[in-house]
Every structure is written in structure tokens, then in C-alpha cells.
Design a protein around this ligand. Structure first.
Ligand SMILES: *Cc1c(COP(=O)(O)O)cnc(C)c1O
Length: 394
């Protein structure tokens, strides 16, 4: 079908999109309406952990679709229980609540912390978050986010989210008062430009929050589910948070998210939390397939090896072109440019012929790479070749 034949004008405008309609995908490749293919190093924004149309996920979807779509959130179902069990088995958490999006999981984390504050901390409700953080697009999670400009778009904000500076423990300590109930952060700031919290900072945060009887909440919507080379990024610093949220990669491309907590923090009472689709069996069956594949013997070692390979290739390119190096963990990495050409490179890469390349510039001065976790070294080589030819053409 020709692009002009799609009724795109019926879609509400939210952002500028290229004049392409994607029709199908497999693994690291995505195909558009003209038959052109694209090497995909965005993967639905670090969502498609196993690439496009993974066989195991398709089978889980097909099998579950014939069994049960929705018994109602008021009842148990098998996939919801199995996935919760798998997550508690492979993490330091004891309790899981499923949601549909990262923002919704974070809303749940905020509510859980405020409830805990009401119960155990004299009504404390303030959650310290960080500059340049991203926690979602609901009004509360936008207020928790430290994205420049987000404090005014839909003003007034939800109060109670003072902002500290990442990797600066004094800036956190300064904000603690009698109303503080928790500290919430992304172990690796994703939208902020792939900025890891240091191991030392994570450990200092854990110590500080323990000392002041505060909850430590990690938003692992982007950094979790194998992306950082460990199942969850908090593992990299050897600490145990009280609450964690997951999204993106947990569903591998379907809308699924989760809120996890330690048993003693799971203080919701009947009616405090819910949602029509929480624990939906079709989505949790897919999530079960995804997490089973990520935790299969050798898989995460492979992610670490491919992350290391990508890292070495980016460093090579950086040295060759006089760029500013790279940063990240596992298969969430950024190449630091020496200019603001990021958006231009992204556009040129997409429009390249015969094959396109999908990249993201989380900030104008860097390129973010979030390929499928089962990307091959050959595909990484292919991406590097394409990227070099774009840089040559600038
Ligand atoms: C994407 C993202 C969210 C929001 O997830 P949605 O599913 O878009 O609501 C929250 N936190 C982080 C760290 C993210 O990367």
C-alpha cells in the first residue's frame, strides 16, 4: 500500500513521525510498507527484549489466546501466578503486582510508598527523585520525573517529589526531612542519556535510606529484564532495594509491567490498588515466556558478551573519529559524540538505502543503542558499518 492510502490523518497528532508504515518484523529486522528493511537498534524503545516476533512469545500468545483471555482481575489465573513466582524466584522481592505500563507500575510504587508512610512513618509522603530522570507520562510520574520543562506543561504538578542530583549523595541527604518516605531512581537513567548510577552511589543510597528508615525504589522499566546484562540492574551494585518496577522488556513487546516489593513493604489493603487488566493472562503468559528465555542457562552471559562486543566497537569508532567515548551497561549503551549531530544521524540512518538503520538520540550529543538482547555480533558489525558510512556522508 502507498503511504498516502493509509488514513493517518485520523490519528491524533502527538509527535513528528516519518512517512513510513511498518508492516512486519523478525529478530533484529523491521520491514515497511514499501518492502524496505531496517536493522533495528531501537527495538520498540528497549522493549522487544527478544527481537521482533520471537517464536516462544508467539507460541505463548497462540496457546493462551485459545485458553483464556480475561477471567476478571478479581480472580486468580494461571499465567499471572506462574510469572509472579518466576519473578520472585529470580529477584530479591517477595510480592508482585502486574500493570500495563511502566508509568502505571511507578504510580503503584508511589502509592505503595505513601501507604507505607501513612502506616509506619507518621504520614510521610515525599519521594526524593532525580534531575533528568524519567518515570512516565501520568501526572504523578511526570511530577516525579526530572525532565526539563515537565514541571510546567500540565501544571500544577503533583507535590512531593523534590529533586536531587544523580551520583551526589550529599544532594540527597540535604532533601531528607520528617516528610520523606522514599528515594526513587533509575539505576541507569535511560531517557536522560544512558547515565548509570555508580555502584558506590547505589550503596551509599542504600545505607542512607536504611539510616533514615526510608524506602529505596528502583525504576527498572528500562534497565531491568536483562538489558543491563544481569536480570536486574540493581544486582550490579550488590544492594537490595525495597521496591522495584518493571515495564518495557518484561513483555517483550506486549503491554505488561510489574511492581515488586519486599514482603514487609507490601502493605496494600483490600481496595487500595487494582486495575482492570492487572494480571491479564494473555499478557502474563507472554511475560512468562520472555522471563523464562532470559533466565535460561547462558542467556545473560551472552547478553554480557554481546554488550562487551558492542562496547569495544563503539570505543573503536570513538577513538577513530575523536568522539567522547561511550557509556552504559549490557545492551543499553550510548556513543558520546563531539557535537549535536545525533538527530541528523538518526534521520540519515533511517533513510539510508537499500537497508535502513534505526537508532535513537536520547540527547542531541549522543546515540543510544538498545538492540534485541539476542542480537548477533554479525548484526552489531553490520550496524557499525552502516553507522560509519553515515558519519562519512556528513
Ligand atoms: C519508558 C519508561 C517509563 C514509562 O513506561 P511506559 O510504559 O511508557 O509508561 C518509566 N520509567 C522508565 C525508566 C522508562 O524508561
Amino acid at each position: 500500500m502507498n503511504f498516502n492510502e493509509y488514513p493517518i490523518e485520523s490519528l491524533m497528532y502527538i509527535t513528528n513521525r516519518p512517512e513510513i508504515v511498518f508492516t512486519h518484523g523478525k529478530g533484529s529486522w523491521l520491514y515497511d510498507n514499501t518492502g524496505k528493511r531496517y536493522l533495528d537498534f531501537i527495538q520498540g524503545w528497549a522493549v522487544n527484549s527478544l527481537g521482533h516476533c520471537n517464536d516462544g512469545m508467539i507460541e505463548a500468545l497462540n496457546t493462551q489466546a485459545k485458553l483464556l483471555l480475561n477471567p476478571s482481575p478479581a480472580f486468580y489465573n494461571e499465567p499471572m501466578a506462574k510469572l509472579a513466582g518466576l519473578l520472585t524466584q529470580h529477584s530479591c522481592f517477595d510480592k508482585v503486582f502486574f500493570a500495563n505500563s511502566g508509568a502505571e507500575a511507578n504510580e503503584g510504587a508511589i502509592k505503595l510508598a505513601r501507604k507505607w508512610g501513612k502506616k509506619f512513618k507518621d504520614g510521610a509522603f515525599e519521594i526524593i527523585t532525580f534531575d533528568h530522570s524519567f518515570h512516565g507520562r501520568t501526572i504523578a510520574t511526570m511530577s516525579a520525573s526530572g525532565k526539563p520543562g515537565w514541571d510546567t506543561i500540565y501544571a500544577p504538578q503533583v507535590p512531593g517529589f523534590p529533586k536531587a542530583d544523580l551520583n551526589d549523595i550529599a544532594s540527597v541527604e540535604k532533601l531528607i526531612n520528617a516528610k520523606t518516605v522514599a528515594v526513587m531512581l533509575e539505576p541507569i537513567q535511560g531517557e536522560g542519556g544512558v547515565i548509570p548510577a555508580t555502584k558506590e552511589f547505589m550503596q551509599q543510597l542504600r545505607e542512607l535510606t536504611k539510616k533514615h528508615n526510608l524506602l529505596l525504589i528502583v525504576d527498572e522499566v528500562q534497565s531491568g529484564c536483562g538489558r543491563a546484562g544481569t536480570l536486574f540492574a540493581y544486582e550490579l551494585s550488590g544492594i537490595e532495594p525495597d521496591i522495584m518496577t518493571l515495564g518495557k522488556g518484561i513483555g517483550g513487546g506486549v503491554p505488561l509491567a510489574a511492581l515488586l516489593s519486599k514482603a514487609e513493604v507490601a502493605v496494600f489493603e483490600a481496595g487500595d490498588q487494582g486495575g482492570t487488566y492487572n494480571g491479564n493472562p494473555l499478557m502474563t503468559a507472554v511475560g512468562y515466556s520472555v522471563i523464562s528465555q532470559l533466565t535460561a542457562p547462558g542467556f545473560l552471559e551472552g547478553v554480557r558478551a554481546r554488550g562487551e562486543y558492542l562496547r569495544s566497537k563503539l570505543l573503536e569508532l570513538s577513538a577513530e573519529r575523536g568522539f567522547k567515548g561511550e557509556r552504559g551497561e549490557g545492551l543499553l549503551r550510548a556513543l558520546l559524540l563531539d557535537n549535536d549531530n545525533g538527530p541528523l544521524i538518526v534521520e540519515k540512518a533511517r533513510d539510508m538505502q537499500p537497508d535502513g538503520l534505526l537508532l535513537n538520540a536520547a540527547r542531541p550529543n549522543l546515540l543510544r543503542f538498545m538492540p534485541a538482547l539476542n542480537v548477533t555480533n554479525e548484526e552489531i558489525d553490520q550496524m557499525m558499518t552502516m553507522l560509519r558510512s553515515i558519519l562519512d556522508s556528513l
